[in-house]
Every structure is written in structure tokens, then in C-alpha cells.
Design a protein around this ligand. Structure first.
Ligand code: ADP
Ligand code: GN1
Ligand code: MG
Length: 367
């Protein structure tokens, strides 16, 4: 993170309605999309610069987040929870807006920092993973009566895997960086499995899978876990809350969390799909959803895991081919490393396919 950006973050802080004195502003977290800073002081805050090239309509992103968090706060209050900790709170700017636009045209937003809680980049204990599953399931459950039509599609076709396949193919053809020749095996991997891309979209179009309000980016570091109880406290990173499929939310969490290694591990011998973690997550997620999923949705949860892993691997490869302009990278070939872990996980899931199907049915009490 460059010093210049830290200075700009500090300047942006002064435009929000913070309480008490604010102090140091330092880079925070390991997200791939926005620039996140922790703001120290009497009360701690998180300030973020929204990624402008990804979120073309930042006001729509904030409208969604305000709508969803206001709705959640009502439910949390009724259930006797802590509305300032169990969901995000958008801090207004000095003129009452949700975004501060700086002199470069960049958009900044602020939240309370969720205190006494941590987000994990990798599963450290089975209990944490299970608790995160319950919290993500509960998140979908709580939003099941949210007026989905009022949500903006902040990133059109975000989990339209078929459309993403077409973008990937165009990136291979254009080969703007001349990298395609060195990644022929990776390209072939996604091409050989093209049919994976169409499965969920087709079922949704046929009315077999319902559209719900989903988070769409349920990786483990997008949930804050209580440092003492280990329970999931607050689902964060709400930029992509949109109508979607339950299989997407389940699947993305599996893709990231039910792996024995980090998303960017270079040594693929360390990267394995962990069926035990898969089972724990399935159990927690279904508990969190409290019986709200249909039998077909339950049966498609393993497919969600495979599709999301395939899709994410393909997105990393596309970005590599296009010159690493979407995901933040911290070394040369970073997106390619990420792509390869996802390929390894897809292969492992293929090898465990029947067992995955049995597990979700057993966890749901269907067998
Ligand atoms: P990105 O879209 O770049 O992933 P996130 O909103 O996920 O951005 O934020 C990046 C990281 O910053 C999170 O993984 C988390 O560790 C931390 N973070 C974000 N918001 C908060 C918050 N309100 N309280 C505490 N930590 C936060
Ligand atoms: C991004 O924002 P972050 O780092 O939580 C991405 C997800 C990918 C993920 C891969 C808006 O998530 O879709 O699955 O990286 N978010 C966006 O780690 O594209
Ligand atoms: Mg994030």
C-alpha cells in the first residue's frame, strides 16, 4: 500500500461524522478488491476506497448496503441482538451522505470497526468454520423476506458462469499479454469442463432453483468471528449482496474454506479438498438456513461448490491473461497460482462427487 494512499485515506476520514478523536489510519485486511484502512481513536472505524473500475455505480452499491443493513438491524433488535455489532453500520459523511468523493473522484465509505472479532484467511479450527457456516446460512435466512426487486445488480452477471466462460474465451483469443502459450494446460482444463458453467443458470431459468437475496462472496474472511465465543458475529463485504442462488453462497464458502491450503498456495501437494470440512460446513449452513431451502436446492449444494470453484479459477486465469487488472496481486504470476489451486480443488471434488451428494442429504435429514 503506498504512503500517498494512506494520506488520502486520512484526509477522507475528516469528512465523516466520527465520534471523538481519530488517530492513526493504517492498511487493514487482505481483500482483493477495495482499499481498506483501520482508523484508530476513541472509537475505531474502517474506511474503504471503493474499487472504481469494478463498482461502476458506487451509489447503487451503497443503496444496497444501506437497505440491507437497515433491514437486518430491525431483525437484530427484535431478537435482542446488538445492532451495532451484528451487522455493519454505515457512518454518514459531514453532509449526511454515504460516500465521500475526493478530489480524484474516488469514493470512500466508513463503517464501525467490528471489535473483539477476527476474520480468518484460512480455517484455523473446525469449530470456526462450522460457526461461519451457521452465520452465513442465517444471513440468507434473515434476508429471505427482503424485497429483492429493490436491490441493484452492482456487478451484472456476477455469478453468470456461462457469461464468464465467454469472457474467458475472448481473453484467450485476444491474448493481450502474450501469456496464453504458457498456460495451455490451464486453458484446456476450463474448456474441457465447459458444461459446468451452464448447470445452475439453466436450472434457475427452468424455475427449478429459486432466486434469493444472497451475499455472493462468502469466503471466510468476509465474516467477523467473535474472539471469545468463536461464533460468527457479523457478515461483512456486502458490496455484492444481490439476488442469487443458495448454491452460490454455499459453494463459494466451500471453495475457499474447505481447502487444506491458502487460495494462493504455490505447492499444489498441500492443496486438497477436505471432505470433513465440507461436511461441517454443510451441517452449519443448513442449520443456519433453518429449513428454508427446497430439496432441489439442497441437492445442488455440492454443484454450487464445484461451479464456484470452477468459476473463480476461470476468473483468476482470465485476469492473468488480461494483465492482472481485476484482482489485487502481490507477486508475479499470483493470479495463475490462485487459478491452479482452484483447478486442484475442482479435480478433488470430482473424485469425491458421490460422497458430497450423500453428505448434504444426510446433513439435511433427507437420508
Ligand atoms: P474487499 O472487498 O477488498 O474484500 P472487505 O470489505 O472484505 O473488502 O474488507 C477487507 C478486510 O477488512 C476484511 O476481510 C476484514 O478483515 C476487514 N474489515 C472490513 N470491514 C470491517 C469491519 N467493519 N470491522 C472489522 N474488520 C473489517
Ligand atoms: C474477491 O472482495 P473479496 O476479496 O472478498 C471477489 C470474489 C472472489 C474472491 C476470490 C467483488 O473477493 O468474487 O471470489 O475475490 N470479489 C469481487 O478470493 O469480485
Ligand atoms: Mg472481502
Amino acid at each position: 500500500m503506498n504512503i500517498e494512499l494512506e494520506k488520502r485515506a486520512k484526509e477522507a476520514v475528516s469528512h465523516f461524522q466520527t465520534k471523538g478523536e481519530t488517530g492513526e489510519v493504517c492498511p487493514w485486511g487482505s481483500g482483493h478488491i477495495n482499499d481498506t484502512f483501520r482508523v484508530d481513536g476513541d472509537i475505531r472505524y474502517i474506511i474503504q476506497r471503493l474499487n472504481r473500475s469494478i463498482f461502476i455505480k458506487p451509489m447503487q452499491v451503497m443503496d444496497n448496503i444501506t437497505g440491507v443493513t437497515t433491514f437486518l438491524k430491525e431483525k437484530i433488535k427484535k431478537a435482542g441482538g446488538d445492532e451495532l455489532r451484528d451487522t455493519l453500520t454505515v457512518i454518514p459523511t459531514e453532509d449526511g451522505k454515504t460516500l465521500y468523493v475526493d478530489c480524484f473522484g474516488d469514493c470512500w465509505r466508513m463503517y464501525y470497526m467490528i471489535e473483539d472479532a477476527v476474520s480468518y484467511d484460512q480455517v484455523e479450527s473446525e469449530k470456526d468454520f462450522y460457526e461461519s457456516a451457521k452465520a452465513f446460512g442465517n444471513f440468507c435466512y434473515l434476508l429471505s423476506d427482503y424485497p429483492a426487486r429493490t436491490l441493484h445488480e452492482t456487478i451484472p452477471g456476477f455469478h453468470d458462469t456461462k457469461a464468464r466462460y465467454e469472457v474467458f474465451q475472448r481473453a484467450v483469443e485476444a491474448d493481450v499479454c502474450g501469456r496464453a502459450k504458457d498456460v495451455q494446460q490451464e486453458i484446456a482444463f476450463f474448456e474441457e469442463r465447459e458444461e459446468i458453467a451452464g448447470v445452475l443458470g439453466k436450472m434457475q431459468a427452468e424455475g427449478k432453483l429459486p432466486l434469493r437475496v444472497t451475499h455472493n462472496d462468502t469466503k471466510l474472511n468476509n465474516i467477523m468471528m467473535d474472539s471469545i465465543s468463536g461464533k460468527g458475529v457479523c457478515v461483512i463485504d456486502l458490496d455484492t449482496v444481490m439476488p442469487g442462488l443458495s448454491a452460490h453462497d454455499f459453494g463459494d464458502a466451500i471453495r475457499y474454506g474447505a481447502s487444506t491450503a491458502a487460495e494462493d498456495e504455490v505447492d499444489l501437494s498441500k492443496v486438497n479438498f477436505d471432505i470433513h470440512l465440507f461436511e461441517l460446513y454443510a451441517k452449519g449452513f443448513l442449520e443456519g438456513c433453518r429449513g428454508s431451502l427446497t430439496e432441489t436446492e439442497i441437492d445442488m449444494l455440492p454443484m454450487g461448490a464445484k461451479v464456484m470453484t470452477y468459476e473463480c479459477g476461470m476468473r483468476f486465469l482470465t485476469d492473468y491473461l488480461q494483465g492482472d487488472s481485476y484482482f489485487k496481486i502481490h507477486r508475479e504470476g499470483h493470479n495463475l497460482d490462485r487459478c491452479r489451486t482452484q483447478m486442484k480443488l475442482v479435480k478433488d471434488m470430482e473424485a469425491n462427487w458421490e460422497q458430497m451428494g450423500r453428505i448434504v442429504r444426510q446433513c439435511a435429514g433427507l437420508e
